[in-house]
Design a protein. Structure first.
Length: 276
């Protein structure tokens, strides 16, 4: 039987991030073989993952970032179970490293992210390792990308809201404009870029609600549709990005703000991830 020293245990702990007692047990069970001990700990992580499959991972980290040319950006959510873990520096760094890897490889989907090589193993396996290390359910909760002439991003302090915004052209001051748009999306949570981008299901649902409320108020039936359409226009103004009041100057809407820099400047798309 191999002589397991404290130095061996500490070395394995540094390699894997697992607890000291877990590392000692892994080395003892595998007669001091480090590779087998690492596999043992990873299998333990898989077992933890299975045991926690029914747990809700409602906390986590939400991050966004762009590449050097500002033409490609990604927003990512990695979930855990507790706020304590979400605020842990190592967990935040791990999440940032995954996002950096995804952007460097221009991964387009969650599946592509999970299949990337991260320090010698697949990202999906590194998540299992994190489960074994932390003892909580850890999962890739969401991932989305944007590509355009200029991509801007914003992460709200605390890593609970992150946004991406795609602008259609580069103009003077575009960095500040893009930041303003990314912050607007974070603060005002629009449902679409403009009214034309709102899906018909949402429109029909809103109209039905408006009609019911108007009837309950006792309005004449021949006025219901007209009033409902008026409320729908107000809904578009409050809920679509280009029609919203600009958060830094409520005297103009977002579209007017953009047009003040260039008549052809607009937002083509945005992404917003947020923890509840």
């Amino acid at each position: 039987m191999a002589n397991i020293t404290a130095a061996d245990v500490n070395k394995l702990r540094k390699q894997t991030g697992a607890g000291m007692m877990d590392c000692k047990k892994a080395l003892v069970e595998n007669d001091g073989d480090f590779e087998k001990a690492i596999d043992y700990l990873r299998k333990k992580g898989q077992k933890v993952a299975a045991n926690r499959s029914d747990r809700e991972a409602a906390e986590g980290v939400v991050l966004s970032k762009v590449n050097d040319s500002r033409t490609f950006g990604a927003v990512l959510m990695i979930n855990c179970e507790t706020d304590f873990v979400a605020k842990n520096e190592d967990f935040v760094k791990y999440s940032k490293d995954i996002l950096d890897l995804a952007i460097a490889n221009k991964a387009k989907t969650s599946d592509e992210v999970l299949a990337l090589n991260f320090n010698g193993i697949l990202v999906k396996d590194s998540l299992i390792d994190q489960i074994g290390k932390i003892g909580e359910k850890i999962e890739l909760g969401g991932y989305a990308v944007l590509e355009d002439a200029f991509i801007s991003f914003y992460i709200h302090p605390g890593n609970r809201i992150a946004t991406l915004v795609a602008l259609n052209k580069v103009v003077d001051g575009i960095s500040e404009i893009g930041k303003d748009m990314a912050m607007q999306v974070a603060a005002m949570n629009p449902i679409a870029v403009n009214q034309n981008a709102v899906d018909q299901i949402t429109i029909d649902r809103e109209l039905e609600v408006f009609r019911d409320v108007i009837r309950q108020e006792g309005k004449a039936e021949d006025m219901v549709e007209k009033i409902a359409l008026g409320k729908l226009n107000k809904f578009f103004k409050e809920s679509t990005l280009l029609n919203q009041d600009f958060i830094k100057d409520s005297k103009q809407n977002v579209d007017s703000y953009l047009k003040s820099f260039d008549k052809g400047l607009t937002v083509n798309e945005f992404k917003r991830f947020a923890l509840a």
